[in-house]
Ligand binder design. Structure first.
Ligand code: ZN
Length: 111
């Protein structure tokens, strides 16, 4: 359950959240329906929203990145060094080289 992972991650950082839609999803299961409503994590304090977004983005990036990709890369356009989790150069938004191949549609990366 990804929502629970996210909630645990946020709790580690002292951000309180609740999971919504979970009961609804279970109710759908009771009726033999495939769940169509994904549980979502709702923050109790909206002031945490920005930090929570960053934490979740980091978690997703970590989960998606292969171990071999955990190295900083250098932008071919501007020469700026970027974190391994960045798929675009933070400086000039050029795509990370070697991921999708040159000229390849970026949507091909989405699995
Ligand atoms: Zn760049």
């Amino acid at each position: 359950m990804e929502a629970h992972l996210v909630r645990a991650l946020l709790a580690d950082e002292g951000i309180e959240s609740v999971i919504v839609n979970e009961m609804l999803q279970m109710a759908q299961g009771d009726f033999g329906l495939a769940p169509t409503v994904a549980p979502q994590v709702a923050l109790l304090d909206l002031r945490d929203a920005e930090r929570a977004r960053c934490l979740v983005a980091e978690m997703v990036a970590r989960a998606r990145a292969e171990p071999s990709e955990q190295v900083a890369w250098v932008c071919a356009s501007c020469g700026e060094e970027n974190e391994a989790s960045f798929e675009l150069c933070w400086q000039c938004q050029a795509p990370r080289p070697g991921l999708a191949g040159e000229g390849a549609d970026i949507s091909a990366e989405v699995r």
